[in-house]
Design a protein around this ligand. Sequence first.
Ligand SMILES: [Mn+2]
Length: 413
Amino acid sequence: MIENIIGSKTKIRILPIVLAAENFSIRQVSIDSGVAYSVCHKDIGEFVEAGFVLERENGFGTNKNHKDYKKITALFDLNEKKSLSSKKKKELKKLISVLLEQKTAAILVHHNADPDAIGSAIALSRGLFQKGIKTDIFAPAGISRQSANILKKYPYPILKALEKEYSTYIVVDVSSKEQLGDFKIPVGAKLAVIDHHEKGNLEETAFAVLKDMTAHATATIVWKILDELNTKITKEISFFLLCAIVADTAFFRIADKKDIEIITKLLEYTELHEIFSSLTVQEDISSRIAKIKSFKRMDSYRIGDVVVAFSRTGSFESQIALALVRSAADIAIVVNTKNNDIRISARMRHDLKNKTDLVEILKTAESPIGGSVGGHKLAASANGKNPKCVLDVKNRILQKLEESFKNKAKPLN
Ligand SMILES: [Mn+2]
């Protein structure tokens, strides 16, 4: 059975795969390769017309004598065991040839760089160093607390400012200029992109782009690059790549077979518990104290089967509401009246999302606080100017919740 592929470019690209794996139907191949396909059977005629495909007695066959056969099959090689696609290999070649010439480059990461950005950048930097290419890593708009934590385990210089101009910049885990803070890539410098986000404006001017939007972490692309370059994986490289992949797959929650395969290889050098402990950041003491104080001021109600907690704080209201919902409350409302205004943060357990809507509930507070509500069903907030209405707001919210859950609120004393 042959089912056809949308778009002539795609057709040409998918064809070598069919050529190389005649056991597959085009549909199966397109599913395996992630290329979009249609089921418009008659379009196989276009392949036949172009002479790529020959009609045979028992169906369709590939024309290995076609003059473009080699050229096309070079684009895709199913039997090639290396990790990168041939398109990315070409991009990598461009990048490496420039780097080998310049011997130096800057690696840039995004604003509040997370472990995937930092881990990918360091692993890449270390890998390139094995090839005689020296790179500096620059975080123009800071790094996250989690990243700071992984750097405690393996210190690595992350520059806060660049003292010189480089002729080549490699942006890692970034797709748009806006994510680089105030930093501007100097005019005339060469730019390369290694990333897994949606296409952004950085690609427009890049001379080499290694991008895979289906990758869960930029680090998996970096791993493939290092594999392609026959880099020696050290304990340090494996540590940073693992931190990156574990963090960006939300601790394996969204990891797939490909991620696990890479992780398995990297685990030859590093224990998983080291990664977990490095990615676990002890919460700031000020937010922990704010939580404890707020818990003491809490009062709570039972409305039918729903437990509602109210509290007040001078800061961290959304974190406190989240902490309450994560422990025992179904709904938590936390009010901050510190700076002569009022901020209300509301959180709800996920499984109640079809029962009520926190944006609707908080709307009842809009007129007394003289402000407005934003957010969504499960996490909403309200900001206003009148901090004296806290009690009124609480009663209004409670009444709304009683209506919503068709039950009386009973205080939990
Ligand atoms: Mn990422």
